[in-house]
Write a protein that binds this ligand. Structure first.
Ligand code: S3P
Length: 466
């Protein structure tokens, strides 16, 4: 795959070995260790994009160094901000972004290549809708196949001139932005933080109050991070709907952000620890934003022995932390006895990125788990419903797919197999974790796609085996 540098060859006799882009994971006698996770991907993207909108210098620390976040850093620089990246400890990086501010961003000279990253493309489209110049965004084959109509329709109704392939639904997408835009009240078609964020970011350059209403509350990083940068963002719950609003014309202040560890990355280790018979793992400094921790709660509901210990950034007022900052803490997990779970569309929306690894947990639970309404998983970096069913079936699990619903019969041992990650980071890491408890070596093809969000994943895997 192009988006990720090939991993160096490993010695085949070690616990892991890879040839080309296949990693072999052997069953592990025990899992032990303390890990620090990559900086949260969603927060890292937003920290870079908001730094581009703020005039002055923003210092960002603990940023994730996955390929997707690097892509966003490159896009910010293509729009005229000065971006300096510095490697820090634990595979994290610090950035210093000096920007002329939202009104000083300049027309990019070339196509903006968003690689594999839906978040980069959709959030940036919202920003560019309010800039009076021409820009074209595209990406890799996966991204060019993912739905864009959900952002094109609201951004067009705000006044941006947008053209895209297949009747305005697929990248490449060209945007001729306008300032000011027309404020809108938008009800999202599917629960999506990317759509909400794109419309709110466009709303910063609209001539009134723009609102987004969602039937299911999605991750609220954009709202929190805008507030931290001096922008007033309203959030109100009306019956079963959450309405988020922003008035146009507000100034975005430069801000120094400390990015917590990625809770979505933490989930691979929480599931690994819960399903492995001899495991004790500790994850430090993990982001615990309540709009991101549904998967942790689901795993605990399944009986996982997971302990959550919130910590506060030194000097942070808990009341402020709850609404504006990004809460963080320590997670620990031990070998657990899991029971089946039934998840519906609201759970799927809340744990959208963690459903694949939760499916793996369900294969090891007593009883039959059901996941209903998982259609959005089909339009992620791969068709994750098909990918997870194929991979876990190859590993000997019993899974049925009926439309967008999955039924997983738990309790069976996993057998050695070859699995295909379909160039999808979350599938690569799910199958690698499965390999830790299979009855022989598990081969994961397209394993390097893990680097999209977690470049050190296989190094951390070796660490917990040691
Ligand atoms: C993200 C939102 C989610 C998630 C993605 C990151 C974000 O996508 O799947 O990994 O940072 O806003 P959708 O908004 O499409 O659900």
């Amino acid at each position: 795959m192009n988006a990720v540098a090939p991993r160096p060859a490993r010695v085949p006799s070690g616990p892991l070995s890879d040839a080309a882009d296949v990693v072999e994971v052997r069953p592990a006698p025990r899992l032990r260790g303390t890990l620090r996770l990559p900086g949260d991907k969603s927060i890292s993207h937003r920290a870079l994009l908001l730094a581009a909108l703020a005039a002055g210098t923003s210092r960002l620390s603990g940023v994730g160094d996955g390929q997707d976040v690097r892509t966003t850093a490159g896009l910010v620089s293509a729009l005229g901000a000065t971006v300096n990246r510095r490697a820090a400890a634990d595979g994290r990086v610090d950035y210093r972004v000096v920007s002329p501010g939202i009104d000083g961003l300049t027309e990019p000279e070339d196509i903006l290549d968003c690689g594999n990253s839906g978040t980069s493309l959709r959030l940036l489209a919202g920003i560019l809708a309010g800039r009076p110049f021409h820009a074209v965004l595209s990406g890799d084959a996966s991204l060019r196949g993912r739905p864009l109509g959900r952002i094109v329709r609201p951004l067009r109704s705000m006044g941006a001139a947008i053209a895209a392939r297949r009747g305005g639904t697929l990248a490449p997408i060209s945007i001729d932005g306008r300032s000011p835009l027309t404020a809108i009240d938008h009800a999202t078609e599917v629960p999506s933080a990317q759509v909400k964020s794109a419309v709110l970011l466009a709303g910063l350059r609209a001539d009134g109050v723009t609102s987004v209403s969602e039937g299911v509350a999605t991750r609220d990083h954009t709202e929190r991070m805008l507030r931290a940068r001096g922008v007033a963002v309203g959030t109100e719950a009306i019956d079963d709907t959450v309405r988020v609003s922003v008035a146009g014309g507000q100034q975005i202040l430069a801000f120094d952000e400390v990015v917590p560890g990625d809770v979505s990355a933490a989930m691979f280790w929480l599931v690994a620890g819960a399903i492995h018979p001899d495991a004790e793992l500790v994850l430090e400094g993990v982001g615990l934003n309540p709009t991101r921790t549904a998967a942790v709660d689901i795993l605990r509901r399944m009986g996982a022995d997971v302990v959550v210990e919130p910590t506060l950034h030194p000097g942070t007022d808990p009341a402020v932390d709850a609404v504006m900052g990004e809460p963080a803490g320590r997670l620990s997990v031990r070998s657990s006895t899991l029971r089946a779970v039934d998840l519906g569309p609201v759970d799927v929306a809340a744990a959208i990125d963690e459903i694949p690894v939760l499916c793996l947990a369900a294969t090891q639970a007593s009883g039959t788990s059901t996941i209903r309404g998982a259609g959005e998983l089909r339009v992620k970096e791969s068709d994750r419903v098909a990918g997870i069913a194929a991979g876990l079936t190859a590993l000997g699990a019993r899974i049925e797919v009926d439309g967008d619903d999955l039924t997983i019969h738990g309790g069976g041992a996993l057998r050695a197999a070859r699995t295909d990650a379909l160039l999808d980071h979350r599938l690569a890491m799910t199958f690698a974790v499965a390999g830790l408890i299979a009855d022989g070596p598990t081969f994961v093809t397209a394993a390097s796609s893990a680097a999209i969000s977690y470049p050190a994943f296989f190094d951390d895997l070796e660490r917990v085996l040691a």
